[in-house]
Design a protein around this ligand. Structure first.
Ligand code: NAP
Length: 540
């Protein structure tokens, strides 16, 4: 740090502060540094990785194929990197992000083990005043929140938890040295993606695994396997084409689906197409037909077919009934599994259906249900989810013009423009914020698009000597209303989920991501820019 970087009151000055060192933060820092900005970046963890730094539970892996769940911004990086498996495991994804950080020399911009506590906009100076957990103050012109959509875990809040004497773990805060469950009676609470990935592996180790299920989930087999050298080489050689197809898709994965809806298909062609989608496996089951998420009847046809497939994986029909989801497939985030349903065929696995009797709380020795049944457990794993999309943003006290806090502004919902900016918060950007496709798209591709927009916008401001950019209130209201309207044309609003915020007590209900498709969203952004940043105020 040079003397010129220090304001009179001791605050370090820089051009941009970036919060987070996951896929988003790393690429954002890279872009801004490349553009010649002085960047300071902060990360709560001790190293890079974001989601992949924290979520180290057994079985953690991506649910989008690694060939496309990777950066596209550097041709050499993608030509050289080899993914060992179709869906890479957490250690491999973390190794990749560490490699990216080293390759582009990004760690030097970061302060690790440091969280940003507040960011207050000084209207006179037109700068953000950022305060960190280490007590440092930074004065910055631009503030970019690359804090992730699923990074603020819900803290376990169960009656009697303090008296429980066994070991406790949380999938999203897993010990770095791993956990040995050999000979242990283990309980896992939750049946979302995290539990669905973890349970099969923990069952192989534990003496007994109890799965506490409140809502059965849809899971589609990943059919994960090692990638051959030839497959990887082919991907490396044809990456330009692969990325082009990704960018042309509404979900950020290259695929082709029929040009008609499921309900228009004859029974035989429906069966063939669904068998084809099933054999491909994973998240793309939702794209088996273009109307799976927009038409309830088409969704019902596909959901019922998938349920038959699930039923066939479970030996005991009574158990199969308990594991059967009862909502439109995809309305809660579709899970991608390896041996999840087969795990319940094991003698050492018990499903505890909390719809029969709710969880009452903890005792010294384990868990108790409302009907009095007790489960003695050596260890409990909380796979209970996140305060998604807004949790990490609102964990920071962010105040824009006239001291208005983002928490206050979003008290009744996530007002934003294009998912990236908020009116009243100049030069403030969110990567994959509410109102952007984010979690309904390939996250890495979504991140790259948002980061490119932010970086290009900052470049534009500097070139045209604008001091700041800010969403106009009218456009912000229109965009937020439109995002809400789009979500109501889909199945996503038919059930409570973390998409809608209803998994968190007291959080305003409202579907947060943009459900109109990535391609459509990118076009909105492109048009706004082409029209001279329509919807934004650019101040001199
Ligand atoms: P989640 O999908 O929100 O699942 C949380 C689970 O805990 C749900 O089954 C929920 O039941 C249950 N639960 C919460 N509070 C409970 C309580 N008090 N008593 C009983 N059950 C309770 O969380 P997640 O599994 O961590 O996944 C979150 C998201 O992260 C995923 O949807 C996905 O987008 C992402 N993720 C991705 C991967 C991957 O494959 N790459 C892996 C893990 C996570 P209800 O459904 O009844 O609320």
């Amino acid at each position: 740090m040079t003397a010129t970087n220090i304001e009179q009151d001791g605050a370090d000055t820089c051009d941009a502060v970036v919060v987070g060192a996951g896929f988003a933060g790393l690429y954002q820092v890279h872009r801004l540094h490349q553009a010649g900005l002085r960047v300071r970046a902060f990360e709560k963890g001790s190293d890079v990785g974001g989601t992949w730094y924290w979520n180290r539970y057994p079985g953690a892996r991506c649910d989008i194929e690694s060939i496309v769940y990777s950066y596209s911004f550097d041709a050499d990086l993608q030509r050289e990197w080899k993914w060992p498996q179709r869906y890479a495991e957490q250690p491999d994804i973390l190794r990749y992000l560490q490699h990216v950080a080293a390759r582009f020399d990004l760690r030097r911009h970061f302060s690790f083990d440091t969280s940003v506590q507040s960011a207050i906009y000084d209207e006179g100076a037109r700068r953000w005043r950022v305060r960190t957990s280490s007590g440092e103050e930074i004065s910055t012109r631009f503030l970019v929140m690359a804090t992730g959509c699923l990074s603020k875990p819900l803290e376990p809040d169960f009656k009697g938890l303090a008296q429980y004497r066994g070991a406790r773990y949380q999938t999203s805060r897993w010990p770095h040295d791993g956990v040995d469950f050999t000979g242990k009676r283990v309980g896992i609470i939750g049946t979302g993606s995290s539990a669905i990935q973890a349970a099969p592996l923990i069952a192989q180790q534990a003496e007994h695994l109890f799965v506490f299920q409140r809502t059965p989930q849809f899971a589609i087999p990943a059919w994960n396997r090692a990638l051959t050298d030839e497959e990887m080489r082919h991907a490396q050689d044809t990456y330009d084409e692969i990325r082009r197809l990704v960018r042309q898709s509404e979900v950020g994965i290259a695929y082709a689906s029929p040009d008609h809806g499921a309900k228009e298909a004859s029974p035989e062609s429906l069966r063939q197409q669904l068998e084809f989608a099933w054999a491909r496996g994973g998240y793309l089951m939702l794209a088996a037909y273009p109307d799976v998420v927009t038409d309830l009847e088409s969704n019902r046809l596909v959901s019922e077919w998938v349920k038959e497939k699930i039923r066939a994986r479970i030996e005991d029909p009574a158990l199969a009934r308990k594991l059967m989801p009862e909502y439109p497939m995809g309305a809660k985030r579709l899970c991608v599994d390896t041996n999840y349903f087969e795990t319940f065929n094991r003698d050492n696995v018990t499903l505890v259906d909390l719809r029969d009797s709710a969880l009452d709380g903890f005792t010294e020795r384990g868990l108790r249900l409302a009907n009095g049944t007790g489960y003695d457990l050596d260890a409990v794993i909380f796979a209970t989810g996140f305060d998604a999309m807004t949790g990490a943003l609102l964990a920071v006290d962010i105040r824009g013009r006239q001291g208005l806090s983002l928490r206050e502004k979003w008290r009744n919902g996530t007002l934003n423009y294009l998912g990236v900016t908020v009116s009243g918060f100049p030069n403030f950007f969110m990567i994959t914020g509410p109102g952007s496709p984010s979690v309904l798209y390939n996250m890495v591709a979504s991140i790259e698009q948002n980061v490119d927009f932010v970086s290009d916008t900052i470049d534009y401001l500097r070139q045209h000597q604008f001091a700041s950019i800010e969403a106009k209130p009218r456009e912000e209201r229109a965009w937020t209303k439109y995002v809400d309207w789009v979500s109501r044309q889909t199945i996503y609003t038919k059930v409570k989920s973390w998409y809608t915020g209803e998994n968190v007590d007291g959080k305003p209900a409202g579907f947060m991501p943009y459900a109109g498709g990535g391609l459509t969203y990118f076009e909105f952004v492109r048009q706004a820019v082409a029209d001279g940043y329509r919807g934004f105020t650019l101040a001199g």
